[in-house]
Structure formats: C-alpha cells, structure tokens
Ligand binder design. Structure first.
Ligand SMILES: NC(=O)c1ccc[n+]([C@@H]2O[C@H](COP(=O)([O-])OP(=O)(O)OC[C@H]3O[C@@H](n4cnc5c(N)ncnc54)[C@H](O)[C@@H]3O)[C@@H](O)[C@H]2O)c1
Ligand SMILES: C[C@@H](O)[C@H](N)C(=O)O
Length: 345
C-alpha cells in the first residue's frame, strides 16, 4: 500500500499534477506576508500553476508597480482577525500560505513585536483555517532547533530548545498545527526550510549573508561577513524551496506520515561559498567580522536530515552549490542593473 502511494505521488509530480477543489476548480490561494523574500516569488510560481487570479498576495506594506501588475494584492494585517475573515469569505479562499513573520535576527531586536506577529498572527491564521476548512501551509525553519539538538545531521524528530524568539515561535506554530490536525482534522502542513537564497532582499535573518555576499561582491568587489568563515549552515535556492512547497501542498494526505518535515538542498560555510564565487570574480575580497548573529548560527543545525520528506512525498533537491552560484551571479547582476545601480564586476 505504501509503495502504491509513493508511486502515485511520483506520477503526480512528474505530470505537474494540479490539485483541484471539490467543485473541480483550481484552489484559491491566499498568501500572508506576501511582499517578503519568499512571498513575491511564491505568488509568481503558483500563478503559473493555478492561474493569475487564483493567488492573492497580502501584506501591510505598499506594493511596487511590478507586484500590482502581476496579480491580486490586498492589504491585510495578520493581527486583524476580522479583516482576514472578510478576505477569506469574499474571495472564497481554499488554501492559506502563512508567510508573515519577523525573522531570527530582527526578532531579537524587537521581541514584543515578534511575539505579536509570529505567535498572535499564528493564532489568527490557524483559527481562520479551522473555521473555513482551509488547507494551511506554515513554514518553519532550521531556527526551530537549538544548541541541545544534534547538529550534524539534525533529524526530523529530535529535541527542540531554540534560543531565539523566532525559533520559539516556530516550535509553537509546529505544535499548534499538529494539535489542530489531531484534534480538529485541520489540513495543516509545515516544512522546515534552511536558509533560502534568492536575488530578492532578505528579511533580517541569520542566513542573509549568503544573499548579501552576491550583491556586495558584484557591486563593490568586497564583502564583510558577519559570520566566521567556517560556520556551516543548511541552505537552498528559492527555486527548490518553492518546488518543495508546491509539491508538498499537493501531496495526497495519505502519503504524509507527518505534518512537519525537514527539507534541504545543501550545507556550506561562508569560506566554501566564497571559493565557488572566485570562479566568476577572481579578484574579489572577503573579510570576517562576526556579530551577534554568530551565536544564533552556532546554535543551529549544520546539516539537515530530510530523509523523511524524500521517503514520504519524494522530495529531491535539484540545485546544488555550483548551480546556486551560477544562478545567483546571473540573477543578482540582472537585478542590480534593472535598479540602475553601477557594478564593479
Ligand atoms: N527566507 C528564509 O530563508 C526562510 C527560511 C525558513 C523559513 N522562512 C519562513 O518563510 C516565511 C517568509 O519568509 P521571508 O524570508 O519571505 O520573510 P520576510 O521577512 O522577507 O517577509 C515577511 C513579511 O511579513 C510581513 N509582515 C510583518 N508584519 C506583518 C503583519 N502584522 N501583518 C502582515 N504581514 C506582516 C512583512 O511586511 C514582510 O513582507 C517566514 O515565516 C519565515 O519564517 C524563511
Ligand atoms: C533560516 C531562516 O529561518 C531565516 N533565513 C533566518 O535566518 O532567520
């Protein structure tokens, strides 16, 4: 039976199978916190699959003209339950992707706000999903682990005692989602992502260096890294992250043995990443000045074990470190030029 389920999931992934709702329509998807690093790209990805008007981006910040032209955008504060209810009802939403959050480094700078956005925000969306029977996806992170967890590798199930408010809020989200699944049958799904790397500006996390390094090196030929050269962390290109999210959201419930899965593509250190970049820009210069983010990174997984995701719903990364550097060199250069900024390389 397990083998049959696995084959079904494999076939559906190969065919680019598109899940449909009970009335045989593509799902209507609402993304909260949609103007951050992951949201804008996620909307583009899912709109190609389910149709432009079926993916609604929401956030509390003013959208750029590009975002407005790309598809529906609505103001929504994650702390306003009634406002969220209205959007779900008016737009007949089926799936909720909950991206609103304060990330690890920025969360430490404003703990009360992180508690509100990350924890109260989660309470709102999970109640909303329960009330309207929505499928709900909430990303978790390598930051949901702490110094007591095994770091190399970090398995799907192990001790979780994070030391950041971000990590605490994500463990809370994982447990609350699992609880609602067992208690109320809520279709809660959660992936623990590693550092996600894309050409868009990151939101204030500990893994941001792996994006900033490309912008600084292409623009100025130099990067000062806030982590030590040998700090190993799990990472993933946004292309793999969005494919993982989409495949996991479409996975038939029967194939899932868990509601929360680790996923990853690779692990590297700043020094190893810089070595790969030298192939493209031989004369660039990197210096190291560790700050408070070093303590966070030192408490996180170094290598993430995603074997359960590979086993249950056929997760398989496609972008390795060489592909990642090649993609980022191209995408970041294009972005810098599009913004009218001069480059030294
Ligand atoms: N980017 C990564 O490396 C990574 C890795 C693991 C998990 N995640 C998770 O993925 C999600 C998205 O991450 P991201 O990198 O896009 O984050 P981001 O910081 O770039 O975006 C978060 C968005 O939340 C919005 N937001 C803040 N307060 C809000 C409020 N009151 N109401 C509504 N929206 C509000 C912000 O305006 C912002 O656009 C987060 O939950 C994060 O924990 C990200
Ligand atoms: C790892 C992830 O959760 C985020 N990029 C952070 O560093 O906070």
């Amino acid at each position: 039976m397990k083998l049959l389920r696995r084959v079904c999931a494999q076939v559906s992934n190969i065919r680019g199978y598109c899940v449909r709702t009970a009335d045989n329509k593509p799902p209507k998807i609402l993304i909260t916190g949609g103007l951050g690093q992951l949201g804008v790209e996620c909307a583009k990805y899912l709109r190609q699959k389910y149709g432009r008007s079926n993916v609604i981006l929401t956030d509390i910040i003013k959208p750029t003209p590009d975002v407005v032209n790309d598809g529906p955008y609505i103001f929504a504060d994650i702390l306003d339950f009634k406002g969220l209810q209205k959007i779900v009802v008016d737009h007949r939403v089926d799936w909720l992707i909950h991206f609103s959050a304060l990330l690890s480094a920025i969360g430490e700078q404003n703990v009360p706000l992180a508690v509100r956005v990350n924890i109260e925000g989660m309470h709102n969306v999970i109640e909303l999903a329960k009330q309207y029977r929505l499928r709900i996806f909430v990303p978790s992170t390598i930051g949901a682990f702490g110094p007591d967890s095994p770091r190399n590798p970090t398995p799907n199930i192990t001790v979780q005692r994070p030391r950041t408010i971000y990590g605490v809020s994500k463990v809370h989200a994982e447990l609350l989602g699992e609880y609602y699944y067992y208690k109320f049958g809520l279709d809660f799904r959660c992936l623990r992502f590693p550092g996600v790397i894309s050409s868009d500006p990151p939101g204030g996390g500990t893994t941001d260096y792996a994006i900033a390094i490309f912008h600084d090196v292409i623009r100025k030929g130099h990067y000062q890294c806030y982590l030590k050269p040998d700090t190993r962390l799990p990472m993933m290109h946004v292309r793999d992250a969005l494919r993982a999210l989409s495949e996991f959201l479409e996975a038939p419930n029967e194939t899932l043995n868990r509601r929360v899965y680790n996923v990853t593509s690779m692990s590297f250190t700043p020094e190893e990443l810089a070595d790969k970049m030298i192939k493209y820009i031989p004369d660039f210069n990197i210096t190291y000045k560790p700050d408070s983010r070093q303590d966070i990174a030192d408490s996180w997984p170094q290598v993430f074990d995603d074997s359960e995701a590979r086993r249950d719903w056929n997760w398989k990364p496609q972008v390795d470190i060489d592909d990642l550097v090649k993609l980022m060199m191209k995408e970041v250069r294009e972005k810098i030029i599009a913004n009218g900024i001069s480059t030294s390389h």
